[in-house]
Design a protein around this ligand. Structure first.
Ligand code: HEM
Length: 181
């Protein structure tokens, strides 16, 4: 994944727990990189290793950490670094969600080697939508849950997120029912 992912994790950990904790996490993960370059691709294993090590060092479950990271991504990383991209995707939560399937196509204009997730929206009503999430990676469902709650907070809209079908339980892909007032 692009360095911006590792960099965002670094920023979240350093802001909340301090630089020394981040150094300990990198050492535990066997990552010998001083500065992550946002637009250089790094092996996925490095990002997963950093999350695992962060969970071990902080004592937090990896799933909780990933969910937190998703919120941080929307409310800090994306807002500060890619505000125009976010703004262009919609002015309301329902609008943003309906544009999500094409969102990473725009991101790929900046990051051409992007291997993005694939989103599909079905069963759209005034107050709900089913979001289908497909990816060749495993273990990022909690990250997406955090991203979705981050979007709810961004638009000041109470969003309920229900995982209806999950790859962990043998389904072909994850399906979320998203609902708002
Ligand atoms: C400006 C905002 C955003 C940027 C710049 C961005 C960029 C990226 C990048 C660089 C990756 C790593 C993939 C790679 O390097 O090959 C990624 C992954 C991912 N993004 Fe985004 N993204 C943004 C917003 C969103 C939003 C709003 C969602 C959904 C609510 C989302 C869902 C995901 C997920 C779930 C992954 C994990 C990869 C996977 O599932 O395979 N992203 N994104």
């Amino acid at each position: 994944m692009y360095g911006m992912v590792n960099k965002a994790l670094e920023e979240m950990v350093c802001a909340r727990l301090g630089d020394a904790v981040w150094e300990e996490i990198k050492t535990r993960a066997g990552v010998d990189v001083d500065v992550f370059v946002s637009n250089d691709p790094y092996p996925d294993e490095m990002s997963f290793g950093l999350v695992t090590a962060a969970a071990e060092v902080t004592g937090l479950p990896a799933q909780a950490l990933l969910e937190d990271f998703g919120r941080h991504w929307i409310l800090c990383t994306a807002r500060e670094g890619y505000g125009e991209l976010l703004d262009a995707c919609g002015d309301t939560l329902p609008e943003f969600l309906s544009n999500l399937p094409s969102f990473h196509t725009r991101v790929a204009m900046i990051f051409p080697k992007l291997q993005p997730p694939i989103f599909e929206c079905t069963d759209l009503t005034e107050h709900s939508v089913r979001l289908h999430y497909r990816t060749h990676r495993s273990g990022l469902t909690a990250f997406l849950v955090g991203l979705l709650h981050g979007l709810g907070a961004r638009f000041d809209t109470e969003l309920s997120v229900t995982l209806e079908q999950s790859r962990d339980a043998g389904a072909d892909h994850d399906v979320f029912l998203l609902a708002w007032p």
